[in-house]
Design a protein around this ligand. Structure first.
Ligand code: ZN
Length: 502
């Protein structure tokens, strides 16, 4: 390892540590901070993010990256990949003027607050001027980043979440997938033999749900010595430095197994964070996740491909019965399996099932692409949302609260983020095919509560590489082909057709 690289790592470690402190402040704000702390916390975050941005964009880091590039031959493949990603991050960060970073940070927090009130009052007009403002700043950011010729402004924003992806590539995956999903949803929802939801209305106290969640976390391999689980309004996962990964979930006392899906989802993110080589590489891209799409593939895999499978419930149902006794003593495996796999056209994305979920994402991808390009004026958003929603999901949206005001993302200027959810679903299904071939008795293992082989496979093939490979390259290496919609469609068809008798 060259001296320049060693010094570069030292600098980057400081930046990563500052970022981790910011995440810890954010975690505290969502979990235990008293409401009165909000003002001081905003000041703390503002100062910290300014310091972090300064450090991240310091000319010294730029010099060291150039030195490493000049002596590239002295570095092995892994370190060369590390320098490549550091160059990318540095160039992206230095393209943004500090003044814009600061104005974005301030506007994000005010706009998010306006969104919260507008959503509560179901009043789009209240939020519209803020959306206008944040979109203007987001557009300016995209212009600073720039995009390849033949591309569009939206590509520049995707770069923050899914490096290298373009709107055209995503469109090429989404467009043919959409009619196939719509057709499947229609068949399932209109089936006269759709199975009933036997879990509906079964109440279990929160502490028992928490205990069951911990049972599952331990079994699937989320390490509670280097992680913890808390409660928040919106579940999330935060990975700080080595040895500290935090999950949050929420409980629902009127639907006793539903919270497990968000616990397993966040645990999937957490297992990825714990699997990154932070102990030796913290601060470098080699200890960071590839992209949001790959991160989401991990959460979706544990939440859906594992957590909604029959094999998983063969093991988990007796565990849940012990924790919840006597609330679900009367339920059979078939009843529970059908209940956790209810397919329904509904308005809220975060409550959507596996079959309808991606239609919600396609709606947002189309709309935000038009918002950024200016093809869709902000004032027309509610009408356009409702029109396209009817087309995609066949329902009349009764209010903006159940429509275009439901998600926090746009209030925060997170444009280009939504497609990563569907990319995650697609990657998860494609990885799963490879995993099933590599571990032929995976179902039998899961039905005994054994998840070690699966977790080890993920550690070995995905987690340990950090950002050494870009998402597309990783997918090609792991599965032997580029990302395709086929594995997801095959999975949905194979699972839901027998369950819904179609
Ligand atoms: Zn997620």
């Amino acid at each position: 390892m060259s001296n320049a690289y060693a010094e570069l790592v030292k600098e980057q470690k400081d930046v990563a540590t500052l970022t981790a402190i910011g995440s810890l402040l954010g975690w505290d704000q969502e979990t235990y901070m008293p409401p009165g702390g909000a003002g001081a916390r905003a000041d703390q975050q503002e100062l910290l993010s300014a310091i972090a941005h300064q450090r991240k964009t310091s000319p010294r880091i730029g010099d060291l990256i150039s030195q490493c590039e000049a002596s590239n031959g002295a570095l092995d493949d892994t370190l060369r990949a590390s320098v490549r990603e550091m160059r990318r991050d540095y160039d992206l960060a230095t393209k943004l003027p500090t003044e814009l970073v600061a104005e974005l940070a301030k506007t994000q927090s005010l706009s998010q607050d306006a969104w919260k009130h507008a959503r509560a009052k179901d009043d789009f007009a209240m939020f519209a001027p803020w959306l206008e403002k944040i979109l203007g700043l987001t557009r300016r950011k995209a212009e600073c980043y720039g995009f390849a010729s033949g591309g569009e402004l939206y590509d520049a924003l995707l770069e923050e979440y899914e490096p290298g992806a373009t709107a055209k590539q995503i469109e090429a995956i989404f467009n043919p997938l959409q009619p196939r999903l719509s057709a499947l949803v229609a068949r399932l929802c209109d089936s006269p033999r759709r199975p009933p939801d036997a879990l509906k209305g079964i109440a279990v106290p929160q502490d028992r749900q928490h205990a069951f969640g911990l049972d599952v976390l331990k079994a699937i391999g989320f390490d509670l010595e280097t992680g913890r689980l808390d409660t928040t309004a919106h579940p999330f996962c935060s990975g700080f430095g080595p040895g500290d990964t935090r999950l949050t979930t929420r409980y629902n006392t009127s639907s006793c197994l539903e919270p497990l899906s968000s616990t397993m989802h966040e645990a999937g993110h957490g297992i990825y964070e714990q699997g990154l080589p932070k102990a030796t590489q913290f601060g470098t891209p080699l200890a960071e996740a590839v992209s949001l799409g790959i991160h989401e593939s991990q959460s979706r895999m544990w939440e859906n491909l594992v957590g909604r499978s029959r094999a998983f419930w063969m093991w988990a149902l007796p565990v849940a019965k012990r924790r919840f006794a006597p609330a679900i003593d009367h339920l059979t495996l078939d009843q529970v399996y059908a209940s956790v796999n209810q397919v329904e056209r509904s308005f809220i994305r975060v409550e959507a099932d596996e079959a309808t979920y991606n239609l919600h994402i396609m709606l947002r991808f189309g709309l935000e692409r038009d918002l950024i390009s200016g093809r869709l004026p902000v004032k027309d958003l509610p009408g356009e949302w409702n029109r396209r929603f009817k087309q995609l999901l066949g329902l009349d949206v009764p209010s903006n609260k159940l429509g275009c005001l439901q998600d926090v993302h746009w209030s925060f200027g997170l444009v280009g983020y939504f497609p990563t959810y569907t990319l995650g679903n697609l990657y998860a299904a494609q990885f799963w095919q490879t995993i099933s071939a590599a571990i032929p008795d995976l179902d039998a293992q899961m039905s005994r509560g054994e998840f070690g082989a699966l977790k080890t496979w993920l550690n070995e093939n995905i987690h340990r590489h950090g950002r050494r490979y870009r998402a597309g390259e990783l997918c090609q290496r792991v599965t032997g082909r580029p990302l395709s919609a086929e594995p997801l469609m095959e999975y949905l068809e194979r699972k839901y057709a027998p369950l819904y008798g179609v």
